[in-house]
Design a binder for this molecule. Structure first.
Ligand code: FA5
Length: 340
């Protein structure tokens, strides 16, 4: 038996019209259009009709369903507007309040560190030379006095892009490019950029990181110029009271080679967890440009000398700011980035 659709419609619409609160809307919907609602009941009643009456009645029920759906949508909109009007009339909007501050972007800690390094070397007369991140095996190794099968290649775990093509493992190949471009002029440049190493990622090591290379070529450049330059940089970067220490080292592209350390800025050289209780922190590797490398760059080693250095960017920044894990630099976590 089919209920009287006309009175069902009148009742449904009159109840809908009385709704003032958004909370009552789903209650109405369940009662009239839900799975156990009046209209679904009416649809079930169709089964009791004769085959002759059923199509017409079915059409009427479906039409009513559509009308109620539309009325519901309209009421939903109206109730939303009523709620907004009530909130405005109640003074919920205080137009005298100051606006919410816009959150401005700011520079990444690595960018800021790089800019400071550039500025300090800029003041000392160094220009910036950009070199590619994808390098040939020849420039990354061979021309830097590291021929194929040389054991020193083990110092740099390499990402190979193709046969003879690598992601540069250090910024040193830029030395060759720069020398070949500027030869036979004197050179004083830094080469900042990204390097890649096929290394296990740990709190201290990433497989991508920045280095800043330095290169000076001239007719009377000596080790003293290198030490003076590194000293000037370290004091400007990390504070006037820093002390430097030089240790003999080995790089195939410099001779002699040194490592430069400064006294730990956390414990002032007394020894702490950060400096592994040595009192010293590494600034970078350096040395006098090897005669073979000078020659590969187009400079006659009988006439020209030069120094080169290479230092990390993230590791010193970690020490400077007490950052415990290098992975934060690349994780894009705003809670980390906002601190700088
Ligand atoms: C070199 O890469 C030499 N090319 C440096 C050099 C240049 C020496 C010119 C002489 C003349 P080394 O492998 O030590 O050296 O790397 C230099 C710095 O890069 C390190 O002191 C460290 O700060 C940074 N570094 C190296 N590997 C990583 C890594 N996996 N993650 C983060 N920083 C790294």
């Amino acid at each position: 038996m089919l209920p009287n659709l006309s009175s069902l419609k009148t009742d449904a619409l009159s109840q809908l019209e009385q709704i003032q609160s958004p909370d009552d809307l789903p209650v109405w919907y369940r009662a009239w259009l839900g799975r156990k609602g009046h209209l679904t009941e009416a649809l079930r009643g169709l089964g009791g009709l004769s085959a002759e009456d059923r199509p017409k009645a079915g059409q009427q029920v479906n039409q009513l369903k559509e009308e109620l759906e539309q009325a519901f949508q309209a009421r939903q909109e109206a109730v939303k507007n009523l709620a907004l009007a009530a909130s405005l009339a109640g003074g919920a909007l205080d137009i005298t309040l100051p606006g919410r501050p816009l959150q401005g972007g700011h520079l990444h800690i690595t960018t800021r560190t790089l800019r400071k390094i550039r500025q300090i070397f800029g003041e000392m007369g160094f220009q910036v030379y950009e070199a590619p991140e994808v390098e040939t095996d020849e420039t990354n190794f061979g021309l830097l006095n590291i021929p194929p099968y040389h054991p020193a290649r083990d110092m740099w775990d390499t990402f190979w892009v193709d046969d003879g093509v690598v992601l540069r493992t250090h910024t040193s190949p830029g030395q060759i490019r720069c020398m070949r471009e500027y030869h036979p002029q004197p050179i004083r440049v830094i080469l900042p950029g990204k390097c890649y190493r096929y290394e296990a990622i740990t709190p201290r090591s990433e497989h991508q990181f920045f280095q800043v290379e330095g290169l000076a070529i001239g007719r009377n450049i000596t080790m003293t110029d290198l030490i003076g330059t590194m000293r000037e940089f370290t004091l400007k970067m990390y504070g006037e009271s820093r002390r430097l220490r030089l240790r003999g080292s080995y790089f195939p592209f410099t001779e002699p080679s040194i490592e430069i350390d400064m006294d730990c800025m956390i414990c002032q050289g007394k020894g702490c967890r950060v400096c592994k209780h040595t009192g010293w922190l590494e600034v970078g590797g350096a040395g006098m440009v090897h005669p073979v490398v000078l020659e590969n760059g187009g400079y006659d080693p009988g006439e020209w000398t030069g120094f080169a250095f290479g230092m990390g960017v993230e590791r010193p920044a970690m020490l400077h700011h007490g950052i415990e894990d290098i992975r934060y630099f690349y994780s894009n976590d705003l809670r980390f980035l906002h601190q700088f």
